[in-house]
Design a binder for this molecule. Structure first.
Ligand code: ACO
Length: 330
């Protein structure tokens, strides 16, 4: 029998502090009306200055482990998707391991824009299917507010902070678990969404700081155009790889970047709103954390059942895009 990666646990962490559109009106030249009508966002949660990505990740991981009925020492591998690591090195995965347990566990960071969580799930699934690892923690954690320019109204209103974690477990195939994934990356879009400075291309200097090049920069219109094509492609191709069609999808959990992008996918597939999870109004875009946070809310609302076909779908910097098709159940 084949082994498959089953979702054994899911946990999330969202910082308490809330930044509303009204708060942002005091910081940049914007309005609640503009933000809601152009993005669907009403408020977002933001981490305290001393609260790092790994701290949020560790809190979500503790909850995911409890949900799976496991302890950190049971983990065989940690995959941490993030675009805002505590430091470029060492990895956030290693920092999370250290916060969870004194037992060494192999771990690695995955950086694929907002699609990082989807990449992490596929990589963990492959590690499990190889037979070398049984319990793999897949984290999506980002503190985007640490690279958000609050002098740039075109990006300042979009982002929030959060973390989510899945415990994937290898089981003999019962039809449950990750059925298929679809991943893509195309570097021709490298300049559309970028943190220009701080890497080998443009090392940190007084000039890069003065030019605000350590903050996230985005060509919103082009990214939007890309996203409305990439999301449906990822959903359809992921389902096709699983031998399924859109009609088989019980629940779509899309990356929460802009309500209008999600609505375009809903219209394209003629989906009933009950089959799509949307919570961008309360969290904004938390990058790799949007999907676990949205899925966890859907679970708490009783919207996810054993045997459901749940499709996770994202797009982001790179450009990257992709999906995981999961038959829900342990
Ligand atoms: N408040 C008020 N006005 C604003 C604001 C704001 N916060 N931001 C921009 N405007 C103005 C612009 O200056 C422009 O004014 P002008 O017409 O006088 O020049 C006008 O509003 C329209 O601007 P657009 O950029 O055309 O607005 P658009 O409808 O495209 O919305 C947005 C912008 C929300 C950024 C949209 O393009 C978008 O969501 N793009 C995709 C972003 C995304 O999905 N990113 C995902 C990846 S994120 C990641 O990977 C971390």
């Amino acid at each position: 029998m084949t082994r498959r990666a089953v979702v054994a646990g899911l946990g999330t962490y969202v910082p308490q502090k809330v930044l509303t559109n009204q708060d942002l009106e005091q910081i940049v030249d914007t309005s609640d009306e503009w933000i809601v009508s152009r993005t669907g966002i009403k408020e977002r949660h933001i981490a305290e200055p001393g609260e790092t990505t790994s701290m949020m990740a560790a809190k979500a991981s503790v909850r995911a482990l409890a949900d799976a009925g496991l302890v950190a020492e049971d983990l065989d591998f940690i995959v941490c998707a993030t675009n805002t690591p505590d430091t470029i090195f060492p990895s956030t995965a290693a920092r999370v391991q250290h916060q969870l347990t004194s037992k060494p566990i192999p771990g690695v960071d995955v950086q694929a824009g907002c699609t990082g969580l989807i990449y992490g799930m596929e990589m963990a699934s492959a590690l499990i299917q190889s037979g070398s690892y049984r319990n793999v923690l897949v984290i999506g954690a980002d503190k985007l507010t640490s690279i958000t320019d609050y002098e740039d109204r075109t990006t300042a209103v979009l982002f929030g902070d959060a973390a989510g974690a899945f415990v994937l477990q290898g089981r003999e195939d019962t039809g449950r678990g990750i059925l298929a994934s679809y991943l893509q990356a195309d570097g021709r879009g490298e300049d559309l969404l970028v943190q220009p400075a701080g890497g080998s291309k443009l090392p940190a200097s007084a000039e890069t700081v003065a030019a605000r090049q350590h903050y996230l920069k985005m060509n919103g219109n082009e990214t939007f155009r890309f996203a409305v094509k990439a999301m449906p492609e990822a959903v359809e191709e992921g389902l096709k790889k699983a031998g399924l069609g859109v009609e088989d999808m019980t629940l779509l959990v899309p990356h929460q970047a802009n309500l209008r992008i999600i609505d375009a996918a809903v219209r394209r597939f003629e989906l009933d709103p009950s089959r799509v999870v949307v919570n961008i109004d309360r969290y904004g875009n938390t990058s790799v954390a949007t999907i676990p946070v949205a899925l966890q809310e859907a679970r708490e609302q009783g919207r996810v059942h054993d045997g459901d076909v749940v499709v996770l779908c994202a797009f982001g910097a790179g450009l990257t895009w992709g999906s995981n098709v999961i038959r829900w159940g342990r």
